[in-house]
Write a protein that binds this ligand. Structure first.
Ligand code: ADP
Ligand code: MG
Length: 247
């Protein structure tokens, strides 16, 4: 019997008891996560704790050994179900995001869009919203790192992904640029109403950006909650020490 028989609400992203081992070593263990549309959850934890593997399983480029993943109530991974990445309606941004060097900015942003009436308008709209109006005809090599990052964000959001998956997307950027780009990214994601999972090993980044922090260690979420609560009431000494690194 379902636990909530009257429930009709379907969260944007549900990860249910997902596990994954490599060579007999469990790197993600029985991990569960719910992210609502318009909400940003940070997977925060030290290097090697299983953050990227978790994100890759949601994206569909890595397969869980067990568990289920649902997007808008639709099973994209589960017993007998294995939707390929391109059918999941997810957008991806990684640290070493690469624009297509031979394509213009507009062509890069349009890359995932079908030809048709709305395409040029969508490209213009997104470029305006990442403050790159007038950059349509430029090529990536003419842009700064921060500008390239904003084009990558526009490209990832162009097809209106249901879930945006971001793996340390800001770590290649100058400190000076980072805050501005974080704010711009957050504004745009909120306007689009996308559910976001952002992976980071920087507590400061999680504090600035997250609606919810899921603190990971050794493949397990050891604590979750609003940034303020996780910061103020760390679950144990290791969590407290991790947060003391904040910059
Ligand atoms: P994080 O993103 O938190 O730094 P990862 O999810 O990348 O951690 O990796 C978690 C652990 O799993 C690491 O010890 C890593 O070496 C291991 N791992 C990740 N992918 C593979 C793989 N394809 N084959 C073997 N080991 C892997
Ligand atoms: Mg990683």
């Amino acid at each position: 019997m379902p636990r909530y028989p009257m429930q009709s609400h379907k969260p944007r992203l549900v990860v249910q008891n997902v596990s994954r081992s490599f060579g007999g070593r469990a790197v993600v263990r029985d991990l569960s996560l719910v992210v609502e549309a318009g909400q940003l959850t940070c997977l925060l934890g030290p290097s090697g704790c299983g953050k990227s593997t978790t994100l890759r399983m949601v994206a569909g480029v890595e397969e869980p050994d067990q568990g289920r993943i649902l997007i808008d109530g639709e099973e994209v991974f589960g017993p007998g179900v294995r939707l390929p990445p391109e059918a999941r309606g997810v957008g991806l941004m990684f640290q070493d995001f690469a624009l297509f060097p031979h394509l213009t900015v507009a062509q890069n942003v349009a890359f995932g869009l079908r030809k048709g009436e709305g395409r040029a308008a969508r490209v213009d709209e997104l470029l305006e919203r990442v403050n790159l109006s007038g950059f349509q005809a430029k090529h990536p090599h003419e842009l700064s790192g921060g500008e390239q990052q904003r084009v990558a964000l526009a490209r990832a959001l162009a097809p209106r992904p249901r879930v945006m998956l971001m793996d340390e997307p800001f770590s290649g950027l100058d400190n000076r640029l980072r805050d501005g780009i974080r704010d711009a990214t957050l504004d745009l994601l909120k306007e689009e109403g996308t559910a976001v999972v952002l992976v980071t090993h920087e507590p400061g980044e999680a504090m600035r950006m997250a609606d919810e922090i899921a603190l990971m260690r050794d493949g397990v979420i050891v604590q979750r909650g609003a940034p303020y609560n996780v910061y103020n009431a760390p679950v144990d000494r290791a969590a407290a020490a991790f947060f003391s690194d904040i910059n």
